[in-house]
Write a protein that binds this ligand. Structure first.
Ligand code: NAI
Length: 406
């Protein structure tokens, strides 16, 4: 079947996605329907056939079964960071691209880390609780400025590098350690090892992904390497730090405090009780995984995924898709663009080019990107009957989806 983007210009957004996404997509000519709740399987199966794209957050589950009812659906947007709620492999096999917004909350996390450095060095959490309880603890002991101190950043990616810039502007000296070579920003300096970073830093902040290599990355050995009286901040993932070892280090007064936003086990909802061995220790700031939870981040997520929809639906650009070969070809005036998703087996491109040359059409630009299972082909052709060409390409046995976007 050949699909044109204008055949089904309706998009469904569920789970109270920020209104900016609807506004943006309507501005680009789509009909946008909203649902405030997360539809269950039966409702999704009923809804999906009506939409060319669906936007969800973390609670709607797009399983393989649900996706088999998504014949007209071209794109799925996870208006959040995680994509575990979507069967990515099933979507890929059907030629459905999945987008998310992994970096819309970068700045929010970076700002929280900066706040926590100052809060830890002035014991703000404890002083605040005491004042609420009626205790007047006016003392300079153990309170320090952050100016001139050394901040060690583990993982110098999107968040780590933002923290670096903000920290330098407050007069901290920044060192960082990353598994890959990174360009130091400002006056920051890369250390040669994690151990070196730990041994020179007054604050250590973690910004690595949750992967096998970072599991328990900071345990008893690493904590011992940290300077006495230094602070640890973890707003990355809970599995990166061995919590019991961190508790031991705090009890021994080796570390002077820590701020932790993420935990190995976190409550599934705000109704569940939260328990951690870090509770009720002095100068320990605990937050419920709110590093990226700001109104600005929600808005940025809404815009980022909506823009991914627009680019994919209107011009076929799949850059940023998490389950799909990434192709981003500039628009060529005076041509028609045909998009084809096919099973990645030898000879498909040859078959497609034969169809085009037999029709006497001229290929102006062609870009193929593949992964182990599928190929994504973007073609700009000079031909007045692009729809006919696309119909013939769609009939190839290994074609999964073919559409003409303009
Ligand atoms: P990113 O992918 O941009 O950066 C991660 C960096 O860590 C990369 O430079 C990578 O090379 C480096 N890295 C990977 N393995 C490493 C290792 N073994 N040792 C040293 N460096 C290593 O990721 P981004 O966006 O900066 O996010 C970082 C972390 O923050 C992630 O774990 C993410 O899940 C978490 N996060 C937490 C939020 C919260 O609400 N607390 C919100 C957003 C992200």
């Amino acid at each position: 079947m050949v699909m044109k983007s204008q055949d089904k210009p309706s998009i469904l957004l569920v789970e109270n996605i920020h209104p900016v996404a609807k506004e943006f997509l309507e501005g680009h000519g789509y009909q946008v329907d909203l649902l405030s709740h997360a539809p269950d399987e039966a409702e999704l199966i009923q809804l999906l056939p009506r939409y060319c794209a669906i936007g969800i957050r973390s609670k709607s589950e797009l399983t393989a079964k649900v996706l088999t009812h998504a014949a007209p659906t071209l794109a799925i947007g996870a208006f959040c960071i995680g994509t575990n709620q979507i069967d990515l492999a099933a979507a890929r096999k059907m030629g459905v691209a999945v987008f998310n917004a992994p970096h819309s909350n970068t700045r929010s996390v970076a700002e929280l880390v900066i706040a926590e450095m100052i809060a830890l060095s002035r014991q703000l959490g404890d002083r605040n609780s005491k004042a609420h309880q009626g205790d007047w603890v006016k003392s300079a002991e153990g309170s320090r400025e952050v100016r001139g101190k050394v901040l060690g950043i583990v993982g110098y990616g999107h968040i780590g590098s933002q923290v670096s810039i903000l920290a330098e502007s407050m007069g901290l000296q920044v060192v960082f350690y990353d598994a890959v070579k990174k360009l130091p920003l400002g006056n920051a300096r890369a250390t040669t090892s994690l151990d070196e970073l730990l041994s020179v830093s007054d604050f250590v902040t973690l910004h690595v992904p949750e992967i096998p290599e970072t599991m328990n990355m900071i345990g008893a050995r690493e904590l011992r390497r940290m300077k006495k009286g230094s602070y640890l901040i973890n707003a990355s993932r809970g599995t990166v730090v061995v919590i019991d070892d961190l508790v031991a280090s705090l009890r021994e007064k080796h570390l002077a405090g820590c701020a932790v936003d993420v935990f190995p086990v976190e409550p599934a909802s705000n109704k569940e009780k939260f328990v951690t061995p870090l509770q009720n220790l002095p100068n320990v700031i605990l937050t419920p995984h709110i590093g990226g939870s700001t109104e600005e981040a929600q808005r940025a997520i809404g815009l980022e995924v909506a823009e991914s929809f627009r680019r994919f639906l209107k011009i076929g650009s799949s850059s940023g898709a998490v389950n799909f070969p990434n192709v981003d070809l500039p628009v060529k005036q005076g041509t028609s663009r045909i998009l084809n998703v096919h099973r990645n087996e030898p000879g498909v491109l040859g078959e497609i080019n034969t169809i085009i040359s037999q029709a006497g059409a001229n290929i102006e630009a062609q870009f193929l990107s593949t992964d182990a299972e599928i190929g994504y082909l973007v073609m700009d052709v000079h031909y007045s009957h692009a729809d006919d060409l696309a119909s013939r390409i769609a009939q190839l046995q290994r074609s999964i989806r073919t559409r003409v976007v303009y």
